[in-house]
Structures are given as structure tokens and as C-alpha cells.
Design a protein around this ligand. Structure first.
Ligand code: NDP
Length: 342
């Protein structure tokens, strides 16, 4: 059997390009004790992967040159020498950008074998959904009637933040790139308003949509979006600091905003800002998240839009597009058809 995989060929300077990746076909080696062989069905593409391409210390180790790109997956077990996993199991874990994985991944978890939509394990009931739930409810602490603002509002995390904010009786304001995404946020996801951050009138549009100021700003973006939000923050606002995608490619042109604008605003308005990385929260908060999310899904109260790209070889281009806002919804790669589901 041959594994088709995407490895890091070189480190990007600024925005990644296709030549930072290499698609290879290599034979699959035999299993050792404690390992499973997985046929990946879906690969999740997420903004954090950009940081893993840098040779810099962060909360996660960098991918080394020549190594398979790191990533969350859903797949079918083809063979197992690991107790607790058997052939035919549907599993989710971090097995990387490849079609076949021989792995001892400690995060590997079984999913219901006949899960109707396995890719949901990478969106609503997976890491992005958990991130939205934990960050908004535990750090944002929204109260009914308050105004919650989130950027990247139609993406994997932001779309869930907005929907939970509505379920908690808040006014939900989204920020997204372009009229089509904004219309979707309002008409399908139920946001009260959504503003296009590319519009020349973005700052005044945001102010008009938040007549009572902003009580919770769920920070996904940084950059110019953060700059527009700052003057609108209310006293004692909460700001879960989830991501800063506008700066992941190393564009620090907006950096002076940090010292000259953010810190005084936080001080004067007594804003509570808390950075978080969701992997820290699994033990304490994951069960509560799943209970809530499964209840909302069963009641038809949670929607997801998937942006599905076909074929592992197309993962690099899709990932580059994610950092440019080209995805519309949760970006996943369909790596293979599932011919094992019964
Ligand atoms: P998305 O599915 O939302 O995709 C990324 C989106 O970011 C793009 O589609 C684009 O949407 C927006 N974007 C890209 N560049 C810019 C820019 N310069 N200015 C404004 N918006 C931009 O991604 P996720 O929902 O998966 O992730 C959202 C954020 O959450 C990221 O910052 C990510 O790193 C973070 N995150 C953090 C976690 C944690 O544990 N702390 C866990 C998971 C995610 P648009 O076209 O609408 O602008």
C-alpha cells in the first residue's frame, strides 16, 4: 500500500506558497505494537497550522522540514495492534496530512461507527466547536441582552460563537470578508448583523451595529478588526483571546496598535482579556461542551457550513486560501470515500 502525504518542504517567509509543501507517495510500513493503520477520510485545515510551519517556539512544536504536516483527521481503522481499537472503527485524532497513517497518536478516539456525518468531528463536535463554547461561555461570560462581537464569523469557530451567543439571549454581531459571507451569517446563522471588514465604512458600520457598545469581543483576528473594535468596548468588557489570524503570515504592519491603543483601552475600560489554547481545557471542560453541543444539534439549534476540498494533493492550495479568507465555512479535505461504513 502507498501513502500519499504532504510534507513541509521549506519554511515560508510571509504568506505560504505551494513550493513550501511537497506531495509524496511512500510505501506504508508494518505496524508495531501499540500502533494502528488508519485510512484517513477527512483532514481538517486550521489557521494554527501556519504557526507550526515556523521554526519558532510557540505552544506547539514546529513541523520539521520533510515531516508530514500536522493536522486533525477522521478516518477508518484498517488494522490495529493497539488495545481498544479494531478494524472498521471510525476514529478521530491528529494523524496529519496523509491518506494512510501508521500511528500511536495518544489523542486517537473512537467515534460512533455509523456516524451520519463524520466530518462534524472536525467542526461542531470537534476542536473548533469546543473552542467557541469554552472561550465564549467560560471567558466571555455573556449575559442576556449583552452585545457579543466575533470576527471570522462564518468560519469554524466564529459561526459557533455567534450561534451560542444567540442561544444565550445576546445580540450577536459578526465580522466577515464580503457581502456573501455577511448575508449567510445573518440569514442562516442568525447573527443580528454582520459587517464586511473590507468595506471602507467598516468602522462606522460596526459602531452603528453596536449602539450600546461591545460587552464581549471574541478575538479571532487582530489587525484592523481589533482596531475598529477597541473604541466600542464597554467598561468591564470581556475579551477571550482565541486567535490573531491577521498576523499569522508575519504581517506586523498593525503592530503599533498593540502598545499605543490596546493596552490603554484595556486599562481605562477595565477589560478582562484572557488568552487561551483549547488543548489545555479537555480534561475539565470537554464533557460539558459535548453535552451542550449534542443537545443543540438534536434540537436543530446549531448549523454548520462545510467547505469541502477533494483530495489530499489539494490541501496546500486550500490552506493557503484559508489564510486569505477564501474558505467559506469550516474547511475540510475529503481524503477518501468511506467504503467501510455499515
Ligand atoms: P476560519 O474557518 O474562520 O478561517 C479563517 C478565516 O479568517 C478566513 O476565512 C477569513 O474570514 C478570516 N481572516 C483571514 N485573514 C484575515 C484578516 N487579515 N483579517 C480578518 N479576517 C481574516 O478559521 P477558524 O474558525 O478555524 O479559526 C478562527 C480563529 O480561531 C483563528 O485565529 C484560529 O487561529 C483561532 N483558533 C484558536 C484556537 C485556540 O485554541 N486558541 C483553536 C481554534 C482556532 P473572512 O473572509 O470572513 O475575513
Amino acid at each position: 500500500m502507498n501513502n500519499q502525504r504532504v510534507v513541509l518542504a521549506s519554511r515560508p517567509r510571509g504568506a505560504p506558497s505551494l513550493d513550501n509543501f511537497r506531495v509524496e507517495s511512500v510505501p506504508v510500513r508494518d505496524l508495531k505494537d501499540g500502533e494502528v493503520l488508519i485510512k484517513n477520510l477527512y483532514l481538517s485545515l486550521d489557521p494554527y497550522m501556519r504557526m507550526r510551519m515556523n521554526d519558532a517556539s510557540s505552544y506547539a512544536d514546529p513541523v520539521q522540514i520533510g515531516e508530514v504536516m500536522f493536522g486533525g483527521t477522521v478516518g477508518r481503522v484498517l488494522a490495529s495492534r493497539r488495545p481498544g481499537f479494531s478494524e472498521g472503527d471510525l476514529v478521530t485524532g491528529y494523524t496529519g496530512w496523509q491518506s494512510l497513517a501508521v500511528t500511536d497518536d495518544p489523542t486517537l478516539a473512537r467515534l460512533p461507527r455509523n456516524m451520519a456525518q463524520p466530518s462534524l468531528a472536525l467542526s461542531l463536535v470537534g476542536m473548533p466547536g469546543f473552542t467557541a463554547h469554552y472561550g465564549l461561555l467560560n471567558l466571555g461570560k455573556p449575559r442576556p441582552g449583552e452585545t457579543v462581537v466575533v470576527g471570522a464569523a462564518t468560519g469554524a469557530v466564529g459561526s459557533v460563537v455567534g450561534q451560542i451567543a444567540k442561544l444565550k439571549g445576546c445580540r450577536a454581531i459578526g465580522i466577515a470578508g464580503g457581502a456573501e459571507k455577511c448575508a449567510y451569517a445573518v440569514n442562516e446563522l442568525g447573527f443580528d448583523a454582520c459587517l464586511d471588514h473590507g468595506s471602507p465604512s467598516f468602522s462606522s458600520d460596526l459602531a452603528a451595529a453596536c449602539p450600546k457598545g461591545i460587552d464581549v469581543y471574541f478575538e479571532n483576528v487582530g489587525g484592523d478588526v481589533l482596531r475598529a473594535v477597541l473604541p466600542l468596548l464597554n467598561d468591564f468588557a470581556r475579551m477571550p483571546l482565541c486567535g490573531l489570524i491577521a498576523w499569522y503570515n508575519g504581517d506586523r504592519s498593525a503592530k503599533p496598535v498593540l502598545a499605543a491603543e490596546v493596552l490603554p483601552a484595556l486599562l481605562v475600560k477595565r477589560v478582562q482579556m484572557q488568552g487561551f489554547v483549547i488543548i489545555d481545557q479537555y480534561l475539565e471542560h470537554h464533557d460539558g461542551f459535548l453535552k451542550d453541543m449534542q443537545g443543540w444539534l438534536a434540537a436543530g439549534k446549531m448549523k454548520v457550513r462545510e467547505d469541502v476540498v477533494e483530495g489530499i494533493e489539494n490541501a496546500p492550495a486550500a490552506f493557503i486560501g484559508l489564510l486569505e479568507g477564501k474558505n467559506f465555512g469550516k474547511l475540510v479535505v475529503r481524503v477518501a470515500q468511506d467504503d467501510n461504513s455499515d
